[in-house]
Ligand binder design. Structure first.
Ligand code: URA
Length: 239
């Protein structure tokens, strides 16, 4: 814009002119008003998709819906939310812990508290980002005060986990701690005896190891925990 024109416009503005008419040529070029958008075709109520789960196949999202509303046991009345599980379908390695704790109950994701951070850190040390594995628990709801899961709660929740394993199709399942290992193996043998030795659980190669919360209380066992996770990651083809 030339200096003269700018000055002229400034004088116009100072004398109270706050618009300028468009030339006829400009009016001819102005875009036609847009037609109103066609109404969207709805075939039924549309459930909002959690952005974290966008990209998962519809069959999996359908499976997930009733799990999030589950009332199969008494924990549904004390939980903040269902902690469904996290990770990609097709992850070659799937971890199964015991049950959500307080942090998991609040955040809706398994293994995000202190024990979970140790799991994440150990995986990272081995060279595996947490997002490459699937993580779930025997129970999807927190037992009040983090008490031990009751047999009826585990029996009610196991079908969800078994279906989830079918969707993930991991090459290796890794059980974390006594509860997960004994439940998945239907065994009463203790974790100290079972850890580090492959077994089979529900048709999947299964490696038992310690629970990371146990490692936090017994740091002397950390090298064994790291070795087990290394074995699982290697055999799953992650490293
Ligand atoms: N302990 C578990 O067994 N699972 C969690 O998700 C957190 C702590």
């Amino acid at each position: 814009m030339s200096r003269h024109l700018r000055r002229h416009l400034e004088l116009e503005r100072l004398s109270g002119v706050d618009f300028l008419p468009l030339s006829k040529a400009a009016l001819r070029k102005a875009p036609a008003p847009r037609p109103p958008a066609a109404p969207a075709i709805r075939t039924g109520p549309v459930a909002p998709v959690d952005p974290c789960f966008a990209g998962y196949p519809p069959e999996f999202l359908e499976f997930r819906k009733p799990v999030l509303e589950c009332t199969r046991c008494g924990l549904s009345s004390t939980r903040t939310q269902v902690v469904f599980g996290v990770g990609p379908l097709g992850a070659p390695l799937m971890f199964v812990g015991e049950a959500p704790g307080g942090d998991e109950d609040l955040l809706g994701e398994p293994f995000v508290g202190r024990a979970g951070q140790l799991l994440t850190k150990t995986l990272k040390k081995i060279g595996v980002e947490r997002g490459r594995v699937y993580i779930a628990n025997i129970l999807k709801c927190r037992p009040p005060g983090n008490r031990t899961p009751q047999p009826d709660e585990m029996a009610a929740c196991m079908p969800w986990l078994l279906k989830q394993i079918q969707f993930v199709k991991p090459k290796i399942l890794c059980g974390l701690g006594n509860i997960a290992v004994q439940t998945l193996l239907s065994s009463k043998t203790g974790i100290t005896k079972l850890r580090g030795k492959y077994a089979e659980a529900h048709g999947v190669r299964f490696l038992p190891t310690f629970h990371p919360a146990y490692i936090l209380r017994n740091m002397g066992e950390l090298p064994l925990f790291e070795a087990d996770l290394g074995t699982a990651c290697r055999d799953a083809g992650l490293i």
